[in-house]
Design a protein around this ligand. Structure first.
Ligand code: FE
Ligand code: MN
Length: 299
């Protein structure tokens, strides 16, 4: 059975930034029909009239190149601001307002779902790490997730996603935390599902050598998993390499694990990042080669 394979537009950041440009590449250069938009290409805090125009261009480009835009993800730019777990509640409120605008843009562009990591608490002065974020912060996050789900539903979205990250200052970074969160948002207006990223669950410096693996996440969170982010990585950092690089991820074994875990119907998005200074032609060639390398395993 084929596993739906698509691509996150992370590789387009600062390069192919307009809908016509990325849509043509996804369809004609990569031969894919499934896309995940990144809010590194369009900032939902831009003025309404500009966002409306970009949303309409996005819709038109998707139709022209016969693409399904499955969802829109937060991206790296906004992720850097600690979002819904910033120590200052006013910044948390801005993070919440940012997501409301993201939902509105997605709805305008005909994109039914939005997701990404939700926030990070600040580091301690001495750099020591706690096992989990403080309970008050967790409860505040859950309250915000309930409000966000209601707002997303009012905009016409159908699903929201949390992407677990391998950082102890974020949530969730363990399977048990993800289970707890799923229970705590179970009554939300829209389903909150997980996006599981191959470079996150396999991060050995946090989870330990031999224990870092996607399998426990897939097994324990089968029902709660909405999609998967695929990348090449060495398990030592969250690399987001493409598959022209040497690493620990074998595309065939990855597809086999996904299918064996009962997740073969969930979309898998290749999510790769490149240094800004790398030349555009070599990025395009590497993404193309990468898709050619992994696509047969998911066909
Ligand atoms: Fe990811
Ligand atoms: Mn990642």
């Amino acid at each position: 059975m084929a596993i739906p394979l698509g691509i996150n537009l992370s590789f387009c950041v600062k390069r192919w930034v307009t809908p016509d440009a990325w849509a043509r590449i996804v369809r004609e250069e990569l031969g894919l029909g499934l896309v995940q938009l990144s809010f590194d290409l369009v900032d939902p805090t831009w003025p309404d009239d500009l966002l409306a125009e970009i949303a309409s261009d996005t819709k038109a480009a998707a139709a022209r190149y016969d693409l399904t835009i499955h969802s829109a993800f937060i991206g790296l730019a906004h992720y850097t601001f600690n979002q819904l777990l910033h120590p200052d509640p006013r910044v948390r409120d801005l993070g919440e307002a940012w997501l409301l605008r993201a939902y509105r843009f997605a709805a305008l562009a005909g994109i039914p779902a939005v997701g990404g990591p939700l926030g990070a608490i600040a580091a301690r002065p001495d750099g020591s790490a706690a096992d989990a974020i403080p309970d008050a912060d967790y409860r505040d996050l859950i309250a915000r997730m309930h409000r966000l789900a209601a707002a997303a539903k009012a905009e016409g979205l159908t699903e929201l996603y949390v992407e677990p990250t391998p950082l102890t200052r974020e949530w969730p970074w363990t399977v048990d935390q993800a289970k707890r969160m799923a229970v705590d948002v179970a009554g939300a207006a829209l389903p909150w599902k997980y996006c599981l990223d191959w470079g996150h669950g396999t991060f050995e410096p946090l989870y330990g050598r031999g224990r870092a693996s996607m399998e426990p996440w897939f097994t324990a969170l089968r029902a709660e998993t909405g999609m998967i982010h695929l990348q090449q990585t060495d398990y030592q950092y969250d690399r987001h390499w493409d598959f022209t690089e040497r690493g620990a991820v074998d595309p065939g074994a990855a597809a086999e694990l996904i299918a064996r875990s009962g997740l073969g119907d969930r979309p898998v998005f290749l999510e790769v990042f490149y240094p800004f200074e790398r030349d555009d032609a070599s990025v395009l060639a590497a993404v193309r080669a990468s898709v050619q390398r992994i696509a047969p395993a998911f066909a």
